[in-house]
Design a protein around this ligand. Structure first.
Ligand code: AHR
Length: 328
C-alpha cells in the first residue's frame, strides 16, 4: 500500500530522532501495490456478476493492485459505509458502482477531502459538483433505450396497436432512468402505442416472475400484450416464465420480449426466438477502469465520460458460435 509506505517513511523520519521503531504495514512488495476500494451494488443479475468478475480479473496482485471489494447487497447505505471505510483505510482509489443517482454529495466530498480520487463505473451519480469524481466509465443507457424503441417501431410499421408492458429496474438507477426515458418518450410520440402497465422488476428474475404472474392473472385475454419491455435480462427471464406459464407464446408470432444486457442465456433465447431483441450492455469494464487508473498514476487527467461500444441482437445477427464465444 503506497499510502502506508509514505506514512511509514514519514513515521521513520519523525521517529529517527527519538529512536522509536517505525511500524511498516506489510513487506515492500505489498507496499508497492495500488490499493483500490471497490463498492459494488450487489449480485442482482448475471450482468452484475460478470461485471464483478471483470474487475476481480484485472485488479490482482500480479497486476500490481490490492483490491478491497465490497458487495453492498443492493443497499445504498452499505455503499456509503464501505466508502467511509475505504477513506479510513487510506486507499489509493475508490471505484464506485452507484446503485442509484442521488445521495452521494456528502460522501464523495469526504473522499475528496481525504485526497482519494473516485472513479464511477456502470451507473452515474447526480451531484452538484462534477469534480467530485474523476471519471465515469459505463454504458449510455438512453442510447440503449433508443435502440430498443427503434426496433419496436420497425416491428410495427403499419400503425397497428402496440400494447406494451414495461418492467423496469431499480428506480433511480441510471440504467432504469435512461431505458425508461427512451420508452416513455416513444410512447408519447406514437398514437398507436399504449402502455398497459409499468411493473417494478428491480432487475431480478424472482421479483419479475412474481409481479408479472400477478399482472397477467388480472388480464382478461391473452391477446392483450404485444411487447414486454424488460429493463434487463433477468427481468426478461422472469417475464418469459410468467408469460409462458400463463399460456402466452413469446416471439414474433406472439409477445415480443425486448431485453437489455445480451448475456449468453438471453442470446440463446434470442436465437431460439423466445426473445425478439437483446440490446447489449457491456459489463466487461475492468480493463477500461484499470487503464484509467494507470493514466492517473502517470499524472494524466482521464477522459471524464467514457462510454463503451454496444450492439443490438435479433436472431438474424446470431449464431451458436458467436454465443459460445461470449464470456458472460
Ligand atoms: O446498470 C447496469 C444494469 O444493472 C444491467 O442492465 C443490469 O443487469 C444490472 O443489474
Amino acid at each position: 500500500m503506497r499510502r502506508a509506505l509514505l506514512a511509514a517513511l514519514l513515521a521513520l523520519s519523525l521517529c529517527s530522532a527519538c529512536g522509536a521503531k517505525p511500524n511498516p504495514q506489510g513487506d515492500s512488495a505489498e507496499e508497492d501495490l495500488i490499493v483500490v476500494g471497490m463498492s459494488q451494488v450487489g449480485a442482482e443479475s448475471d450482468w452484475r456478476v460478470a461485471n464483478s468478475e471483470s474487475m476481480k480479473a484485472v485488479f490482482t496482485e500480479e497486476n500490481g493492485y490490492r483490491l478491497l471489494f465490497d458487495d453492498a447487497r443492493q443497499k445504498q447505505e452499505n455503499q456509503i459505509t464501505a466508502i467511509r471505510k475505504f477513506i479510513q483505510q487510506q486507499v489509493d482509489y475508490i471505484v464506485l458502482m452507484p446503485i442509484s443517482e442521488s445521495g452521494w454529495d456528502s460522501v464523495l466530498q469526504e473522499a475528496r477531502e481525504a485526497g482519494i480520487p473516485v472513479i464511477l463505473v456502470d451507473r452515474m451519480v447526480d451531484v452538484e459538483d462534477e469534480s467530485l469524481y474523476s471519471a465515469h466509465i459505463g454504458s449510455d443507457f438512453l442510447r440503449e433505450g433508443t435502440a430498443a424503441v427503434d426496433w419496436i417501431e420497425s416491428a410495427y410499421p403499419d400503425g397497428e396497436p402496440v400494447r406494451i408492458v414495461h418492467i423496469h429496474g431499480t428506480l433511480g438507477s441510471t440504467a432504469q432512468l435512461g431505458r425508461t426515458a427512451a420508452l416513455e418518450e416513444a410512447v408519447a410520440c406514437h398514437e398507436n402505442w399504449e402502455l398497459l402497465a409499468r411493473l417494478d422488476g428491480d432487475f431480478t428474475q424472482a421479483k419479475t416472475y412474481e409481479v408479472m404472474t400477478e399482472y397477467l392473472a388480472r388480464l382478461s385475454g391473452r391477446e392483450d400484450v404485444d411487447v414486454v419491455y424488460c429493463e434487463n435480462d433477468n427481468i426478461a427471464f422472469g417475464a418469459l416464465q410468467a408469460l409462458e406459464e400463463g399460456g402466452y407464446v413469446c416471439g414474433s408470432d406472439g409477445v415480443n420480449v425486448v431485453t437489455f444486457d445480451a448475456t449468453r442465456n438471453a442470446l440463446l433465447d434470442c436465437l431460439n426466438g423466445r426473445i425478439s431483441l437483446a440490446v447489449e450492455c457491456n459489463p466487461l469494464l475492468g480493463p477500461l477502469v484499470e487503464e484509467t487508473i494507470q493514466a492517473m498514476e502517470m499524472g494524466r487527467m482521464p477522459e471524464k465520460q467514457q462510454y463503451v461500444e454496444e450492439r443490438v441482437f435479433t436472431a438474424a445477427q446470431l449464431t451458436t458460435a458467436l454465443i459460445e464465444e461470449r464470456v458472460y
